[in-house]
Design a protein. Structure first.
Length: 402
């Protein structure tokens, strides 16, 4: 089955159910250009896959399909070769790099982070609060995370819009993917040069100040991974949570029921509409069996995070609220999972974005029918709305300093 098409946007839950019915916990798929791979849909199988970094490595050099991959393949930014980033580093060197990144992110002051998030959120809301209606995705969710991330990484505020465009082009994996990757790489190289000359207290300066011996090229690659992994999923976390709160009767009281309900909706989204739908991936280092399938040495195995989160052996009643259960795979698992400080940063950004919006526009409501008027972006990797039209009572701007 091709890992593309409208069903990944319109009815992914049904699609994964059918794939599980036809193939079991591990399904054969093809990527762009008819490149074969496996998609792991079983919760236990994803856990097994991510718990054994020796059998299922992140070293993409072992892929048995490289002789079929053209230089302009649109997924090259996501499945790189000879990329010196943490994504494809294994063993002790990976652990050292993960520690360097975690240490830098640990230094981000959570109170200052929330202040940045509140300020940028207010500025964006000021841009449409007098109009009475807007698209929350295009004018808010897609703009906010990268502005905050750029701030803590050390970018200048005016560089944010260009980073948003480049990130979106790259993660959608279409014709603009390689151009987006180049823009991000050039931006990171320029940032490193600035911080080498004039260090600060930002994340980039802290990473450059490490004593483990990573090159500037390696740090630049890791910064690309960090901002890519953080911005778009966080933007989709904001958008998907707001959609749930505006359309699901289980959260009808959320808009006026206090901030606890915001956290509950955000947690539910990580089960039901996780921003990272499918993830690349691992490569088998030898012939093995997974979910009853023979996986050959060098085969690419993708993490079906959304499918695993909906595994009926784990969620016997998918209509029931998860009640704060956080055993989802939305942040990954194993050695290559999202660092805990990064998860905290994403949660602060997303929760602050939703809380500030609901404080400023308490009567916000959908401006279209939830059944007919909402569309999803065409990506099998990340699940997020193309737009979320809303209406509200027009309110004055709050202003503030930058």
């Amino acid at each position: 089955m091709p890992l593309s098409g409208t069903r990944f946007q319109t009815e992914p839950t049904s699609l994964y159910r059918e794939m599980r019915r036809d193939h079991g916990a591990v399904a054969p798929i093809v990527l762009d250009g008819d490149i074969p791979a496996w998609l792991v849909l079983g919760y236990r199988e994803v856990h097994q896959l991510t718990s054994d970094p020796v059998l299922f490595t992140r070293d993409s050099e072992v892929w048995n399909q490289w002789d079929r991959i053209p230089e302009d393949w649109p997924l090259r930014p996501m499945i790189g070769r000879n990329q010196p980033s943490i994504l494809y580093t294994v063993g002790e060197r990976h652990r050292e790099r993960a520690e360097m990144i975690s240490d830098a992110l640990e230094e981000v002051d959570p109170f200052l982070l929330r202040q940045h998030a509140e300020r940028f959120a207010d500025e964006l809301i000021d841009g449409f609060c007098t109009e009475g209606r807007t698209d929350i995705i295009g004018r808010y969710a897609m703009l906010l995370p990268v502005r905050i991330l750029a701030k803590i990484f050390g970018f200048r505020d005016e560089q944010g819009p260009g980073l948003v465009t480049a990130l979106n082009d790259m993660v959608d994996g279409r014709e603009r993917a390689l151009a987006g990757q180049r823009h991000l790489g050039e931006s990171m190289t320029g940032l490193l040069a600035e911080k080498r000359a004039v260090p600060g207290t930002d994340v980039t300066s802290l990473m450059l100040d490490n004593t483990v011996g990573f090159t500037d090229e390696e740090v630049a690659e890791d910064l690309v991974v960090m901002i890519t992994s953080a911005h778009q999923p966080t933007a989709d976390w904001i958008g998907n949570s707001l959609r749930l709160m505006l359309t699901d009767d289980r959260f009808a009281a959320s808009l006026s029921g206090g901030r606890h309900s915001v956290a509950e909706a955000m947690n539910e989204v990580l089960w039901e509409d996780t921003p990272v739908q499918n993830a690349i991936g691992r490569w088998a280092t030898r012939d093995t069996s997974l979910g009853g399938c023979l996986i050959r040495a060098g085969d690419l195995v993708l993490l079906g995070i959304a499918g695993a989160n909906y595994d009926p052996q784990i969620r016997t009643d998918s209509s029931a609220l998860t009640g704060g259960n956080n055993a989802f795979f939305s942040f990954g698992h194993g050695e290559h999972r999202c660092p805990f400080p990064a998860q905290e940063i994403a949660e602060v950004i997303a929760r602050t974005a939703i809380e500030v919006l609901l404080d400023r526009l308490p009567d916000i409501d959908l401006a279209v029918s939830p059944d007919d008027g909402l569309s999803w972006r065409p990506s099998p990797w990340l699940r997020g709305l193309a737009e979320l039209p809303v209406r509200f009572t027009a309110t004055p701007v709050v202003g503030g300093t930058t």
